[in-house]
Design a binder for this molecule. Sequence first.
Ligand code: ADP
Ligand code: MG
Length: 524
Amino acid sequence: MAELTRRFDWSKTPVGPLDTWPDTLLTTVNLLLATRHPMFLWWGPELIQFYNDGYRPSIREDKHPKALGQRGMECWPEIWHIIGPQIEAVMTKGEATWHRNALVPIHRNGKLEDVYWTYSYSPVRDREGNILGTLVTCSETTEEVLGERRLRQSEARFRRLVEEANVGFVIGDLAGNLTYLNPTMLNLLGYTAEEVDAGLVRWSDLTPAEYAEVDARAVQELRQFGVAQPYEKAYIAKDGRKIPLLVGAAMLAETEGRSQEVAAFTADLSELKRAESTLRQTEKLAVVGRLASSIAHEINNPLEAVTNLLYLIASEDLPETLTKYVRMAQQELARVANITTQTLRFHRQSTNPKTASLSQILDGVLTLFQGRLRNADIIVDKQFGNAGPVMSYEGDLRQVFTNLLSNAIDATPPGGKIIVRERDVTDWRSGTRGVRVTIADTGHGMSAETRKMIFDPFFTTKGITGTGLGLWVSAEILNKHGAKIRVRSRRKQPGQGTVFSILFRADGVAAREALADVAEKRSA
Ligand code: ADP
Ligand code: MG
């Protein structure tokens, strides 16, 4: 630029030939050309332009070398509305300007391009203090500004990814300090972001003692390979619950002045564990079922033999007292037979469904409970509404009602009451016909927690006397019937007790089978 400036024919510009230049101009231009930092000068009222090698790359061929010796206004029409007033202020008031990363779009590479600058305009004065020019010290910061913007965008994208993810993310260090938990993780553990920021949540607080060893192994892996293969552990939530999780971790790139960070991801395994345990229980149940049915089978044969023998004895001519004992023995034996068929047969395969009156089935079951009801001093209020028949597997329904009544009796204190109701119902929206059976007791009711669990297999509040299978089996059977079961229960209040209500529909799969069954009978 020094060369170009020297050779330039300044006599054709208002500045005049080089040897007529005032000292101030000479000094300023020399300073400018000798400086490596980008600099630019507007001189005199016409704002004639000078610039140095440092400045050249910012204007490219579009303005270089044309800009040398050109009037400011002619060189910068695209931004004159921005810089014109700024230069004016410098030239008239002598006020220096300072702009940081300011967008000043200029014509470059054949188009109007967004260019960012950090620049200062300062007045150039002569000996008397008159302002003769505007000196520009600037650097183009387009790369930095756009780079930073891209970084911010990419950061925002990753942040979103991490914050919206269903997977838990944790950032911390090998010493066990935690600096970040994503919302999924916070929710799972019940902590707030503020508690994490305050350093109140530490890796050691989250890890149950029995997992300290596997954690130590993972840290070892991290140190050695930079990643820890996913492994199963549990975390302790704020309320003390242990939550099973899958955890994997990786070291993050080293950041200066900070101990090296670790990023861990976690997946909640609660659902999976629950499913696994249900599966295990179902397997257990299958074994119990098979056992039960084989016991029932084994007992049935001798039972039949004894029944026959008692029958033979009863038909002998016996003294009256003996006849009485034999009859009592027969009754007790009938009860045992009933237990084997009713209670132990939940493994039994169902036969074809038949249309049956639910009140008749209920009556049959209630008869079996007479003894127990009398012993427990509980009265039964039967409210049978002469409802239509329902297509069902009768044996299965007998089992459902047996379970419900048995539970009601267990829950009801002496002097209590059990209401058994049967009613025709019609869904007013669809016009579907059905029958509702209600079994209500005045017993102790159940807590909200119990309510949630009663249909789970092996859930019982009765210790060793309960199996926890009754309601589970009942729900399965009702499901097969397309029937819905509902429970309402109140504790420790006047009018407390439990109401089980079952809605049987007449239009399920069973209903269609029923129609076929009826048609068959008619045509036969
Ligand atoms: P089990 O009777 O062997 O305990 P169930 O599956 O039949 O198993 O019942 C599960 C649990 O549901 C019972 O232990 C009891 O806590 C609760 N429950 C069932 N019916 C009633 C009822 N009518 N009143 C109060 N609690 C009940
Ligand atoms: Mg039960």
